[in-house]
Design a protein around this ligand. Structure first.
Ligand SMILES: C[S@@+](CC[C@H](N)C(=O)[O-])C[C@H]1O[C@@H](n2cnc3c(N)ncnc32)[C@H](O)[C@@H]1O
Length: 237
């Protein structure tokens, strides 16, 4: 699905979010603590706008995604913005099976990606594995608006305008019917926080942006990881 809309994806993002997407990515990059010397894995990086926000703050970023036509659009963007040196890799990879060593990143970000992952538990286990102890998981995702009036407006917007406009511009109506449906199915703020705690992340917090249209969840990888061997295996497993 993402492969078929790759070329129109960016313009639709900017249009459908009324340009707020840039602000949301900037806040995500701040929450990730992106700065020179910090190594970040941007999972489900798509066409690279989330990666760009991290690279602009000087972090060393690896972009990964399993839709190669989306990932392939990133490098030109990084070059044009003068941050190509900060993007140290673009890797085709499934979030549920990451081809990276244990404890190799200071932070892991996933923007509008985790909602699409088939088995989130599996992905969280991978996020835990590739993060260093104390490393930060940052999720930027569509969420539930807090105010009733905004919820009604947003619901009408998602149901009527978004699929029509998205379908018309991208040429793929299904993709933009899927979007509001997947948002509806995705856990609200408190449930997502609980899900992260259950997956072994500590100090889980979240912050609503635009009254909860999107939310940024942050969790810290604890020191303990589940060991597949016997209960007497050393903690370094
Ligand atoms: C809505 S785009 C988000 C792209 C980018 N992070 C952004 O902020 O614009 C979602 C991306 O998630 C990717 N994705 C979905 N499931 C995935 C998985 N299991 N592993 C890796 N990438 C995945 C899709 O290929 C798509 O590029």
């Amino acid at each position: 699905m993402f492969g078929s809309i790759a070329r129109r994806y960016d313009i639709l993002n900017h249009l459908l979010s009324l340009g707020l997407d840039f602000y949301w990515w900037r806040e995500m990059a701040r929450a990730a603590g992106a700065k020179p010397g910090v190594r970040i894995l941007d999972v489900a990086a798509g066409t690279g706008d989330s990666t760009l926000a991290l690279a602009k703050r000087g972090a060393d970023v690896v972009a990964s995604d399993f839709t190669i036509p989306m990932l392939a659009l990133g490098p030109e963007k990084f070059n044009k913005s003068g941050v190509a040196d900060s993007v140290i890799g673009s890797v085709g990879a499934d979030a549920q099976q990451l081809p990276f060593r244990d404890s190799s990143f200071d932070a892991l970000t996933i923007c509008y990606g985790v909602r699409n992952v088939e088995n989130r538990e599996k992905a969280y286990a991978e996020f835990n594995r590739v993060l260093k102890p104390g490393g930060r998981l940052v999720i930027l995702e569509f969420s539930r608006p807090r105010r009733g009036w905004l919820r009604s407006f947003y619901s009408a917007y998602s149901r009527y305008l978004l699929p029509r406009l998205g379908g018309w511009i991208s040429g793929d109506k299904n993709a933009y019917t899927y979007l509001p449906e997947s948002i509806k199915r995705f856990p609200p703020q408190t449930d997502l926080a609980l899900e992260l705690k259950n997956a072994g992340f500590t100090d889980v917090t979240w912050r609503d942006l635009c009254l909860g249209v999107v939310a940024i969840h942050v969790g810290i990888r604890g020191n303990q990881r589940e060991c597949p061997q016997s209960p007497t295996a050393p903690m370094s497993c």
